[in-house]
Write a protein that binds this ligand. Structure first.
Ligand code: ADP
Length: 689
């Protein structure tokens, strides 16, 4: 039962531990997944950032190229203007190529030839639009032109005015920019060429063709105000912006290039695609790992169950199990083995020779035996007997069976021994031998019984004869009593005693007969005093002969006892006799026992005391002598039938006494008394009042 609870407890403990491990494992998995997810997110983010930085730098490059293109276009125009002025300075000679130029360069809105005082000498407008200054007039921008032209004159090159808005009649308008270029003849200023650009057309003509879909280009002021735009303006947050300065003499414009990201696709570029693929692969690997893990967990669980089963099995067997490795170190012991030798598993494990459960006197022989065994020779499969020692030093016989330990790879790794404690077996063998002896003794006893029965039968008649002769003699003496006086009275008493004893002897023989025949004894309630009185004549007779004083000590509260009177009288008589004989010490006896204390008198005490337990009341009889006492060697055999130290003794007295007392439900025992002597006690059940 307790083994079952231990098993249950260990299982519960294991399952709790298992749950804790499970939780830990889950936590690890969650952590792993979280880490992988974070890593992937970071990768995707980095990839995205890299991608956008790529786009951004491409855009910056594009913006720079656009600025270069615009600058190149403007420079080419300046060259055309110079060509225009280098010719003959007549109106006709100017008008024709100027008109051509305007037709050719759509970004130009208007071309003016002005004199040194900046008055318009000739002008042509673009053929592509209705005259742009029609509504506002040219005068409103005169100040700007003046400024640009003075800069141009100072630098003797083309200079630009700040931009201005020219509203149109259709409600729209253009952001315009004027360029002024001085005309010199042999180092002398003779006039100016003023060209008016539409900023939007500059963008459309000089940049427009290169613009990709989704891109727009605009001129803005430094504060971000848009002046002109080409392309569709982008909205939303996936818009990239690059700005470049277009530094013109007299004016600086900001070019703003905007690019909308292409249609959002799942894998915008290779990098993101790669990261995506990696993610997918990682998720797959995670899934496979999880599946593998689940399988492992199942196997682990099964293995745990199998182990627990094996452990319960090992713990429940009574056979001690011990494993040694090839060097002889103990690698495993089960609980039964630990219990057997009284040592803990911790103490035993890894222990080499000599083992702590080897009796020191046998250690050498055992060591030799182990050496032979470890060398691989001489393996008795049927087992051999040995003697082990418990921790408290007691030795006990064991039967050892050994087998080689072969591991999963088929390698011989050590020895497994099964050890049986055979002390119980030996004890039982001992007991059966003793009981056999007892049986033999009983058989002899039975024979003695038969003899006693025969004797009692034979003795009954002579005893009856003695009795009737004694009675007859008494009757005869009765008539002559007066004749003989005192002698006659003594004679009468003696003959009456003879008659009494003959009757007693008859009863003894009868009860012995009954006892031997195992007839039901007549149990009667009788006072202890009566029992003692009955044996006193015989006891006194022997006491006188041996010089012993008999003391009778009966407790006043003693009740009657229920017993077979004659048998109990016999027990008392036997014990009293033994006691008196023990006090009959001869001189050679005294010499043999020099340390025996001296006593002046020889006293035999017959003591009766009441006793009780909650279950029943009893009376305790004690026969106390001051004799030689009982040595330990004799004490062991005291109750054995036929054991005696006396030449004339039968050795049946005490064994019979014990049988009688036990048949009455009592106990016969003895103990030494100080300074010398022995006390025999026996109990008898008290008679119910
Ligand atoms: P027996 O009377 O024939 O010797 P018992 O069975 O009565 O047989 O006694 C067996 C032995 O026990 C005796 O021989 C004696 O050595 C010892 N013994 C018995 N009673 C006493 C006693 N009171 N004191 C010392 N030895 C005793």
């Amino acid at each position: 039962m307790s083994a079952f609870f231990t098993h249950l407890r260990s299982r519960l403990h294991r399952s709790w531990r298992g749950r804790r491990h499970g939780a830990q494992r889950w936590a690890l998995w969650v952590l792993l997944v979280a880490l992988v997810a974070t890593l992937l997110a970071t990768l995707v983010w980095l990839a995205g950032r890299y991608e956008s930085s790529q786009i951004q730098s491409r855009l910056e490059r594009d913006a720079a190229e656009i600025v270069t293109d615009i600058r190149a276009g403007l420079t080419r125009n300046i060259q055309s203007f110079q060509a225009l002025q280098s010719g003959e300075r007549t109106l006709e000679a100017w008008n024709f190529p100027a008109t051509d130029l305007l037709r050719e360069r759509r970004e130009l809105m208007r071309l003016e030839w002005r004199n040194e005082a900046l008055d318009v000498v000739a002008q042509v407008g673009t053929p592509y639009r209705s005259p742009v200054f029609e509504r506002l007039g040219r005068g409103s921008v005169q100040a700007d032109i003046n400024l640009a032209c003075s800069t141009a004159r100072r630098l003797s090159g083309a200079a630009y005015s700040s931009s201005y808005f020219v509203p149109q009649s259709d409600g729209l308008g253009f952001e315009m920019l004027d360029m002024c270029m001085p005309i010199t003849v042999e180092g002398r200023l003779v006039g100016y060429t003023v060209a008016t650009y539409s900023l939007q057309d500059v963008l459309a003509e000089l940049v427009g063709k290169q613009l990709a879909r989704g891109q727009s280009v605009a001129f803005t002021e430094a504060d971000g105000t848009r002046l002109a735009l080409h392309g569709t303006p982008s909205r939303g947050n996936r818009v990239y912006v690059a700005q470049q300065l277009l530094d013109l003499t007299g004016n600086t414009l900001v070019l703003r290039l905007e690019s909308r990201l292409g249609l959002p696709s799942l894998f915008p570029n290779v990098l993101t695609a790669l990261v995506g693929a990696l993610t997918l692969a990682l998720v797959c690997v995670l899934y496979l790992l999880a599946r593998d893990m689940r399988r492992r967990q199942k196997v682990e669980h099964d293995l745990g169950d199998a182990l627990a089963f094996r452990k319960a099995m090992e713990d429940s067997v009574l056979t001690g199990l011990r494993a040694r490795d090839l060097q002889g170190r103990i690698t495993y012991v089960n609980q039964a083995f630990c219990r057997m030798v009284g040592l803990s598993a911790q103490k035993l494990l890894n222990e080499s020779f000599p083992s702590s459960y080897w009796p020191p006197e046998l250690a050498d022989a055992y060591y030799q035996r182990q050496k032979i065994r470890l060398a691989g020779h001489n393996l008795p499969r049927e087992g051999h007997e040995s003697v082990f020692m418990r921790q408290d030093g007691t030795r006990f016989p064991v039967l050892i069976m050994e087998a080689p330990l072969i591991n999963a790879a088929g390698l011989h790794t050590g020895w497994m021994s099964a050890i049986l404690d055979v002390s119980e077996q030996r004890h039982n063998e001992e007991l059966s031998r003793a009981s056999q002896d007892r049986l033999q003794a009983t058989a002899r006893l039975a024979m003695v019984g038969e003899m006693a029965s025969l004797l009692s039968h034979e003795l009954n008649q002579p005893l009856a004869a003695i009795s009737s002769y004694a009675v007859g003699s008494l009757n005869l003496l009765d008539g002559t009593a007066t004749l003989h006086g005192a002698v006659g009275a003594d004679l009468q008493l003696a003959i009456r005693r003879i008659a009494d004893q003959a009757e007693r002897a008859g009863k003894v023989i009868k009860s012995v007969h009954n006892f031997v025949r195992r007839r039901d004894q007549a149990h009667v309630a009788v006072a202890p005093q009566t029992l003692i009185d009955a044996i006193m004549p015989l006891v006194s007779l022997q006491a006188q002969k041996l010089g012993v004083t008999v003391v009778i000590d009966i407790d006043a509260g003693t009740t009657q006892v229920r017993c077979d009177r004659t048998m109990v009288e016999q027990v008392l008589l036997n014990l009293a006799r033994n006691g008196m004989q023990a006090m009959q010490i001869t001189a050679p006896d005294m010499l043999q026992m020099p340390d025996m204390p001296e006593v002046s008198s020889r006293v035999l005490t017959l003591r009766v005391r009441p006793g009780s337990s909650p279950l029943k009341a009893w009376v305790e009889f004690a026969v106390i002598d001051q004799g030689v006492g009982i040595s330990a060697e004799i004490a062991g055999k005291l109750f054995t039938p036929f054991f005696t130290t006396r030449i004339e003794g039968m050795g049946l007295g005490l064994s019979l006494c014990r049988t009688v007392v036990e048949q009455h439900g009592g106990l016969l025992d003895f103990q030494a008394v100080l300074p010398r002597g022995t006390m025999f006690t026996f109990t008898l059940p008290a008679a119910e009042p």
